[in-house]
Design a protein around this ligand. Structure first.
Ligand SMILES: Nc1ncnc2c1ncn2[C@@H]1O[C@H](COP(=O)(O)OP(=O)(O)OP(=O)(O)O)[C@@H](O)[C@H]1O
Length: 477
């Protein structure tokens, strides 16, 4: 279906593609104009989306029909988003591309495409996708994982590590994948719990069935029940006329990932427990009970033992979820992975944008001292943040964000690993140990500040004379 208003956009973008082709094209695609109004929506898209009403979106703002769409954002930024996992308003997950359409340097529209598995066997559609992406990014190479229909994008090869401990956890998780038992993954925020959950699903017999995830902390308590169990038409005021499938039904035969399970309100805990015990769900407002076959993987960064003690988490639910367990260590407990991950994220950035940057050894050494409270997610963000502002190919320490540098310095006082107090000289007293630690901190700060003593003194919150005095103590002057 091609709206008349689309003509001028399509002329520009698809010079070589006859417009009549859109409807036969097995590549789900929709195109919006500069105002976010839908100008193209092909049959493959409607089939994929599975909501027949969606064809009414033609000529209307896409966001009215699907609040999850990011095409309006791409219209604003003009930055293509290629091979990105996306959850549609229907709860369906897929890998999508969002490509801005330019007229000169002005964005005049954006195309959204869904990378369905069937494309693997359809050279023509694959080529069209490629030419659309290359129209905006000529050096792009396709390495998108075309397994979107399951909703899980990652598998064990995506878990980069040099740490023996993580390698051991990967082996353990592989053996968990061979079973159908519930797995509870614990660990601080950003350590890769979801990556492990998706990998287990991918490695299991359920890999061709859906992987559905729900973040129990992000959804308001009042909506959680309908999100999990669905509702019948007209079940409550404001409910959709057609009713809604819950995550359990969507995940039937596959895996349901209950993220942030430690934040699940108590009232929902008992309902969840009942479903897990009976393997049956009943939609809100419904009378029919439906049997479901779902493997549960849950994750939390909370201490569930503490929550059980304070009666915020039901122990019977805990035992049901925690049959198999993985406790993923924080990044600061596996600093040997930092360099590898920096290289990994730099190379991902290069693949996506063609921009190549190398982190100097000094920067890697400094970043390895940072405690990474947000773990790998924080490291990933910092790597991208630094690369985006870097003008030269080699990244030097001046690009490390100030707050990270401050933290590295603050960390010296508490971290034994960064201060060598047993370097061959006998230590006689606490005062001497403190003196050596102080000197080590001052030396490291000077290194960070390019030997600028005023700056180092300022960072350490001491005056310059004190800094000189302390350094003189070292040399015994
Ligand atoms: N070992 C790894 N190798 C490569 N990327 C990783 C690794 N571990 C985590 N990541 C990346 O770090 C980010 C955070 O991972 P993930 O979402 O799995 O963490 P999480 O523990 O589930 O976080 P949260 O508790 O906040 O939900 C993701 O972009 C993920 O791809």
């Amino acid at each position: 279906m091609v709206n008349e208003r689309a003509e001028k956009h399509l002329e520009k973008l698809f010079k070589h593609i006859p417009k009549s082709l859109f409807d036969e094209l097995p590549l789900p695609i929709n195109i919006v104009d500069e105002n976010g109004i839908v100008v193209v929506m092909n049959q493959a898209f409607l089939n994929f989306y599975g909501a027949p009403d969606f064809k009414n979106a033609l000529g209307r703002p896409l966001s009215e029909f699907d609040h999850t769409t990011r095409l309006p954002i791409v219209l604003k930024t003009g930055i293509p988003e290629v091979g990105i996992p996306h959850e549609f308003a229907t709860g369906k997950m897929a890998i999508v591309d969002r490509i801005p359409i330019f007229d000169g340097d002005q964005v005049i529209g954006a195309a959204g495409m869904v990378v369905i598995e069937e494309l693997k066997n359809h050279d023509h559609a694959k080529r069209i996708r490629e030419s659309i992406i290359k129209s905006i990014r000529p050096d792009w190479e396709d390495n998108t994982d075309m397994q979107p229909t399951t909703g899980a994008k990652y598998h064990f090869d995506h878990i980069m590590t040099q740490s023996q401990l993580i390698k051991h956890f990967k082996d353990r998780a592989r053996s968990f994948a061979a079973t159908d038992l519930p797995v509870l993954i614990t660990g601080e925020s950003g350590v890769g719990k979801e990556l492990f959950a998706q990998s287990i699903h991918h490695h299991s017999d359920r890999c061709h069935k859906p992987f559905v995830s729900i973040n129990c902390a992000a959804i308001p308590e009042t909506l959680l029940e309908s999100e999990l169990f669905g509702y019948e038409a007209g079940a409550f005021t404001g409910a959709s006329r057609k009713g809604k499938l819950g995550k359990f039904e969507l995940a039937d035969q596959g895996t349901l990932f209950l993220d942030e399970i430690g934040d699940l309100p108590l009232s929902m805990q008992s309902k969840l427990l009942r479903v897990l015990q009976e393997n049956q769900v009943e939609r809100i407002g419904g009378s029919e009970v439906k049997s479901i076959n779902v493997r549960i993987i849950s994750a939390t960064n909370r201490n569930l033992h503490e929550k059980i003690k304070t009666q915020e988490f039901r122990s019977d639910l805990y035992y049901r979820l925690n049959v198999l367990n993985l406790n993923i260590p924080a990044l600061r407990e596996r600093t040997e992975d930092i360099e590898l991950l920096i290289e990994h994220f730099s190379s991902l950035f290069y693949q996506k944008t063609g921009i190549y940057r190398k982190f100097s050894d000094e920067v890697i050494r400094l970043l390895s001292r940072y405690p990474w409270p947000g773990n790998i997610r924080e490291l990933e963000n910092i790597v991208y943040r630094i690369i985006v502002i870097a003008e030269n190919e080699i990244i030097g320490k001046e690009l490390i964000p100030e707050e990270i540098l401050q933290d590295i310095l603050g960390g010296f006082a508490v971290s034994n690993d960064t201060v060598e107090i047993t370097s061959g000289q006998p230590v006689n007293s606490l005062a001497e140990i403190i003196k050596r630690i102080e000197i080590k901190i001052i030396e490291d700060t000077l290194e960070i500040c390019d030997n600028n003593k005023s700056k180092a003194a300022e960072l350490l919150g001491i005056d310059r004379m004190t800094l000189y005095r302390k350094l003189r103590c070292k040399t015994g002057d």
